[in-house]
Design a protein around this ligand. Structure first.
Ligand SMILES: [Zn+2]
Ligand SMILES: [Zn+2]
Length: 260
């Protein structure tokens, strides 16, 4: 059984492919769902919008998730959360001293969309700023798990600290262990993200040693991208025998990468 790809965007947020065409590739190419951004300026803004999207995508036979923008998204009713097959919670920005600190440039760097060096490297070299980013990031993930009930932490270590240099240096081991412990305690899956190539190998090894479950996400916005790098990350970190989410949040949805 091939790995289920949970993290895919459509025209309902910043993707260029319709839900109809996503439904076709889910049948013809490989198993995947859709997970559009919530909220999105030209897309879902409130509960009604999410319900309409859920309805439209489910009618096409798709597994339906959302990418819930942690710290930004308006809360959803429990019934809407439960109606979705899964909720991915991702951090894309923080608020420090009332100011927005975006992850956009770091993300573009990690995706290889901008030429090195990373343009914000000097700013984020400040240890005090690093400490505050780490704490604020973890606060958002914790809220997502405890209050929103997310099922998957999307690109868990995508931030300016991953863009700086060696993620093993950017993320202190005890911070990694805190994030992993939160996920393990609540049965939340750690996403292996193809686009950003996170988390790094040592993080995946630690998470596996603690009994974490994982989820695969190509983060496709245009044509469906391959999971080649994800498969290599799984192989190199030796996590293939771990439980992987199989398209819905329930226990029955969990399979192992080795069964593929
Ligand atoms: Zn994202
Ligand atoms: Zn995404």
């Amino acid at each position: 059984m091939p790995l289920f790809d949970h993290h895919i965007h459509s025209k309902r947020s910043d993707g260029t492919v319709s839900l109809e065409d996503r439904a076709k590739t889910a049948v013809a190419l490989r198993p995947h769902g859709v997970s559009d951004h919530y909220p999105w300026p030209t897309g879902m803004q409130d509960d009604d919008d999410v319900l309409r999207y859920l309805d439209d995508a489910a009618r096409l036979g798709l597994r339906v998730g959302i990418e819930y923008d942690l710290g930004v998204a308006p809360p959803l009713p429990r019934s809407t959360h439960d109606g979705l097959d899964y909720v991915i919670g991702s951090v894309h920005e923080l608020t420090l001293d009332g100011k927005r600190l975006g992850y956009d440039l770091a993300g573009a760097h990690l995706k290889g969309r901008t030429a090195p060096p990373y343009s914000e490297a000097l700013r984020f070299a400040d240890p005090e700023l690093q400490r505050r980013v780490l704490e604020a990031h973890l606060v958002l993930v914790r809220e997502g798990i405890l209050e929103t009930g997310i099922d998957i932490v999307g690109h868990p270590t995508m931030s300016p600290l991953a863009a700086l240099s060696d993620p093993e240096a950017g993320y202190p081991v005890d911070w990694q262990e805190r994030l992993i412990a939160l996920c393990v305690a609540h049965g939340v899956a750690i996403e292996i993200n193809e686009a950003y190539r996170v988390p790094h190998r040592a993080f995946l090894e630690r998470a596996h040693a603690r009994g974490a479950r994982f989820s695969v996400g190509s983060d496709s916005h245009f044509a469906l991208v391959s999971l080649d790098r994800t498969e290599a990350m799984i192989r190199e970190a030796g996590v293939a025998s771990a439980p992987f989410l199989g398209g819905r949040r329930t226990q029955e949805g969990v399979s192992s990468a080795t069964s593929s």
